[in-house]
Design a protein around this ligand. Structure first.
Ligand SMILES: *Cc1c(COP(=O)(O)O)cnc(C)c1O
Length: 397
């Protein structure tokens, strides 16, 4: 049995007739840039997140760039961000001329560790960019407290967590602006590149709408330099076909995660990553290692609505991850390492000032141990069973 990490056709082809009709409708409308389809999609996305404003943009990366530009972050500024995330988080900070200052993360939820943040604040710090990695929110309470104490803006990277919630609040609306992605592997996968910014701030929304279109307002009048960050009408129209199904996509991922967790948790060599109900307090790695644990399961804090963009386990022991990965691959189970090199160790950031590159031991450890397994909503019971059986079999060898 071969199980891919993601099967976009399994999600899109059941909607094929409706998608083709939609393509025909946009084709015949002759309206490809901005306009009704884009506005309707944005209204529907705003409703999904519960945001006052949602603006579609050309990618998740451009959403981050646009947010940074609108908040006037640039040369001389520093932005705190996690060392363990996708490259775009830090790449966008560097692209506006600011310095990404890499912070360590929580070993349980993999998101920003507030203790690590406060050690790295200087008088140049302007913003914090938390990432809600793998579908679960960062611990935003202490982070926001820190931000307001130091007068910092908060830009949430929600690329992997659109529609996810934290203590009843929506990811993307807990800071100044939230940045989402419709890259096909994200929970709301589009038909190419795409992204979204969400905010409850009227002035910021207005400014981002202008910057998305060369800073133009009104026509051919430019008070600021923006860019072309627009999302195609065609892409918006096609994604409108998928939006009504979003809740069921999320439910599918949650169902699959529950299956893995309940099937794997009883094995004596497997542990849940955490028993605490609070981020960044549980540091039981050494104890687990001593107890002979080989696999740590992902943990969703009770106060988070986890939407499982990835199901990421940690394989303990020198060289064990590579052995585990070959076993999975041999048995037809696709898998991937998100992310193998923490950002504070990337060559392109080597020139940054030393205090941007301080040690991030948890990020290093995660980069060496994590493996993500197939979790997409359309996995069949047989496929799920095969993945779990393959892992249990591995643990018994
Ligand atoms: C995917 C992703 C992005 C970038 O989104 P694109 O749409 O691919 O540009 C940014 N941050 C994180 C955490 C991501 O996972």
């Amino acid at each position: 049995m071969n199980i891919p990490l993601l099967d976009v056709n399994a999600q899109n082809l059941p909607l094929e007739a409706e998608l083709l009709e939609t393509f025909a409708r946009v084709l015949r409308s002759g309206r490809f840039i901005l306009g009704e389809e884009v506005e309707a999609f944005e209204r529907e996305c705003a409703a999904l997140v519960g945001a006052k404003h949602a603006l579609s943009v050309s990618s998740g990366t451009d959403a981050l760039l646009l947010a940074l530009m609108a908040l006037e972050i640039g040369p001389g500024d520093e932005v705190l961000c996690p060392a363990f995330t996708f490259f775009a988080t830090a790449g966008s900070i560097a692209r506006v001329g600011a310095v990404p200052v890499f912070c360590d993360v929580c070993p349980v939820c993999f998101n920003l560790d507030v203790n690590s943040l406060s050690e790295r604040i200087t008088e140049r710090t302007k913003a914090i960019m938390p990432v809600h990695l793998f579908g679960q929110s960062a611990d935003m309470g202490p982070l926001r407290e820190l931000a307001s104490r130091h007068g910092l803006v908060v830009i949430e990277d929600c690329a992997q967590s659109i529609g996810s919630r934290h203590k009843g609040e929506s990811c993307g609306l807990m800071g100044n602006v939230g940045c989402c992605s419709f890259f096909p592997s994200k929970n709301l996968g589009g038909f190419g590149d795409g992204g979204l910014v969400v905010t409850n701030d009227d002035a910021l929304a207005e400014l981002m709408a202008q910057l998305r279109n060369h800073g133009m307002h009104p026509r051919y009048v430019h008070h600021r330099i923006g860019g072309n960050f627009r999302l195609d009408a065609l892409q918006c129209a096609l994604m409108r076909v998928k939006l009504p199904h979003y809740a069921s996509y999320v439910a599918g991922r949650q169902r699959n995660a529950s299956f893995y967790l309940s099937t794997l948790a009883n094995h004596p060599l497997v542990q849940e990553a955490c028993t605490a109900d609070c981020c960044c307090v549980e540091r039981q790695f050494e104890r687990l290692h001593a107890a002979g644990t080989r696999l740590l399961l992902p943990h969703a804090y009770e106060y988070n609505e986890m939407i499982w963009n990835q199901f990421t386990v940690r394989v303990l022991g020198e060289g064990e991850r590579e052995r585990f990965r070959s076993w999975l691959t041999q048995h037809g189970v696709a898998n991937e390492v998100y992310y193998p090199i923490p950002l504070h160790r990337q060559k392109c950031f080597a020139h940054l000032p030393a205090h941007a590159l301080l040690d991030c031991p948890v990020a290093d450890q995660l980069a060496a141990q994590v493996v993500s397994l197939p979790i997409y909503p359309e996995l069949t019971p047989e496929q799920l069973q095969h993945v779990a059986a393959t892992i249990l079999h591995y643990l018994d060898t």
